[in-house]
Design a protein around this ligand. Structure first.
Ligand SMILES: [Mg+2]
Length: 158
């Protein structure tokens, strides 16, 4: 598993979103860590780069909704609101429904596709050398570099 990495202020601002519409953020595996040691109802610790990103969006007037399969269950929604409060987030809306105002969805399972093309936009599985470079980049605080590198590899392979 990748270690939690620091994220610099400029990386958080990418991509730039309009204030109109809302950004969907998955909970388990995206905003909160998930693994097999957790009880299915338990919400894991925060994924720090994602938490900082959501705080930035909220602070700059973007609407963020927690997009999760846990939506609709009052007990789960109460736990999510408490988790958000503990992590310095406001009472975000919780949903499992897309609509035409959703401008982006951040999710650890979703696969991005180029619009109208059916072409996936995904980082490719990393080889040993790429993992070593990622670790080095993380140590040097270069998360943006890694993102660009993953995108470049996708385009070359596609
Ligand atoms: Mg997930």
């Amino acid at each position: 598993m990748l270690e939690q990495q620091e994220i610099d202020k400029e990386t958080i601002k990418i991509p730039k979103y309009p204030r109109k519409g809302w950004i969907g953020v998955d909970l388990d595996g995206t905003l909160a860590r998930t693994d097999t040691t957790l009880h299915p109802l338990q919400i894991g610790p925060a994924v720090l780069p994602m938490l900082k990103r959501v705080r930035y969006w909220v602070k700059t007037g973007r609407t963020v909704k927690i997009f999760t399969a846990r939506a609709g269950d009052p007990g789960s929604e109460r736990m999510i609101h408490q988790w958000c409060e503990r992590h310095g987030l406001p009472r975000l809306e919780i949903t499992n429904r897309k609509d035409h105002q959703m401008i982006a969805l951040w999710d650890d399972r979703a696969v991005g596709v180029l619009r109208n093309a059916g072409v996936p936009v995904v980082p490719l599985p990393m080889g040993l050398w790429q993992i070593v470079r990622l670790r080095l980049s993380q140590m040097l605080g270069g998360s943006a570099l890694v993102q660009h590198e993953c995108c470049r590899q996708s385009l070359e392979q596609g």
